[in-house]
Design a protein around this ligand. Structure first.
Ligand SMILES: [Zn+2]
Length: 160
């Protein structure tokens, strides 16, 4: 089975990994209206952020780093409400470029160790039953962060 050059997951029939985002949004359409708003918004944020972190060719370097710290903040013990978080991010990134047009898999702009293999991908999340989606999206984000931290920790700069 052909695999995505960025996340390593099996490609869908469309041969475009981006189709997975539409599949995730379809699950969200079924699931998120029936649960409390904060949980729903967090699940959406974690899913989209995780997908984007696993496909950095689509993001500027600043956007990729910003997402990484945003996910860390939202998974942390003192995480703000998602609305407060979005307002704060909106102020920080106002006027900066987020998206990037490049070949799939182009990684010239991010750390050379940015992973291409991940513990959890969209395919794993989509394999879960609908009612597990909020939890699966959260676990996806936290696995993403662990994979990134493990790959990007440079011993020579760890103390700085
Ligand atoms: Zn992919």
């Amino acid at each position: 089975m052909p695999e995505c050059v960025e996340c390593g997951a099996e490609l869908p029939r469309s041969a475009e990994c981006w189709t997975r985002v539409h599949e995730l949004l379809e699950v969200e359409n079924r699931v998120l209206a029936g649960i409390d708003g904060e949980t729903a918004k967090r699940a959406h944020y974690f899913a989209i952020a995780s997908y984007q972190l696993q496909h950095p060719s689509r993001l500027t370097r600043a956007a990729a780093e910003g997402l990484r710290s945003g996910v860390r903040e939202m998974l942390g013990p003192g995480a703000p409400s998602i609305d407060a978080f979005r307002r704060a991010v909106g102020r920080r990134v106002s006027g900066t470029k987020v998206g990037r047009v490049a070949e799939a898999g182009d990684r010239h702009h991010v750390h050379s160790n940015w992973p291409r293999r991940w513990t959890v991908t969209a395919v794993d999340v989509l394999a879960q039953p609908d009612d597990a989606y909020p939890q699966a999206a959260t676990e996806w984000a936290s696995a993403c962060l662990r994979d990134l931290d493990a790959a990007l920790t440079d011993p020579s700069t760890a103390s700085s």
